[in-house]
Ligand binder design. Sequence first.
Ligand code: G3I
Length: 318
Amino acid sequence: TGTLSASAARTGRIFGAAVASSHLTGDQQYANTLDTEFSGVTPENEMKWETTEPERGSFNFAPADIIVSHAQSHNMKIRGHTLVWYSQLAPWVNDIATGSELLQVMKNHIANEMGHFKGKIWYWDVVNEAFNDDGSRRSTNNVFQQKIGDSYIEEAFKAARLADPNAKLCYNDYDTDGINEKSTAIYNMVKDFKARGVPIDCVGFQSHMIVDQVPPDYQENLQRFAALGIDVQVTELDIRMSTPVSDADLQSQADNYQRVVKACLAVSHCNDITVWGVTDKYSWIPQYFSGQGAALLFDDNYKKKAACNLVIQTLTSG
Ligand code: G3I
């Protein structure tokens, strides 16, 4: 009993979900579950560059506005996702000839998008997925890295601070949930940014995980980032398994979700847990990992899964 949002609020935390505008307007049960259970939203695709600036200088915020106004009218916090990412980028950006012009294009994009939503966004994912597994910068298919170089990340954060000084600014990535080469490279970048006064307020840990594979040092990893003087957030949590599901996997999934919640509760600067979808019905997983799914807290029929009940219980009583 109880809800995700109310139990998270007991310790001042937000419990959010990635939201798609099409389901929000097209599926009443989806909207009802969101409104009843969640206190935060992240637009799943609507704030990405291919949607918001499909042609140079021509902006489209209509799909994101649907989510933002819904969230505002239901008192939910909004995570902006995402300003600078190599993927779901408008194709024209890849054709910009020089680094200096691309830097202007990037700054202009940030100023316009953050300007449109100014005052409405809690945390922004300013830069997304800029590192490789080995800790090097991701260059493949990444025009920003290729044409501007490492400095595009700090330039993006500086532009973001100017565009909406009240929004908190995050770096967000995946497979960074435990202590490994990738998370350590990001840790070192944040440490350097803090030392040099580059504005950064938060690191987001996407936490797309596989059942029974939660890194044992998850909490320790969150803690070391928080110790740099930033907030940490669980931004895209899901824990996938083979389908059709087994009871044993569903039980393991519940235990795994509990581990993540306990880790966040143990770190005072972990103020948000966002799952990457409201319901298994619309999760991105089956499309990307064939034969896998059931990664979220509500099943295809919007029924609370064992994981959901255990998350609520853990948020309520620690
Ligand atoms: O826009 C087209 C639409 O025109 C077409 O009719 C439709 C047909 O399938 O496809 C639409 O594009 C889809 C797009 O989402 C927008 O809805 C793509 O097929 C689909 O593959 C794409 O997937 C998204 C994925 O990012 C793409 O990178 C997922 O919904 C979204 O959950 C996922 O989210 C990412 C985070 O942003 C960053 N971290 C990883 C996470 C999971 O991949």
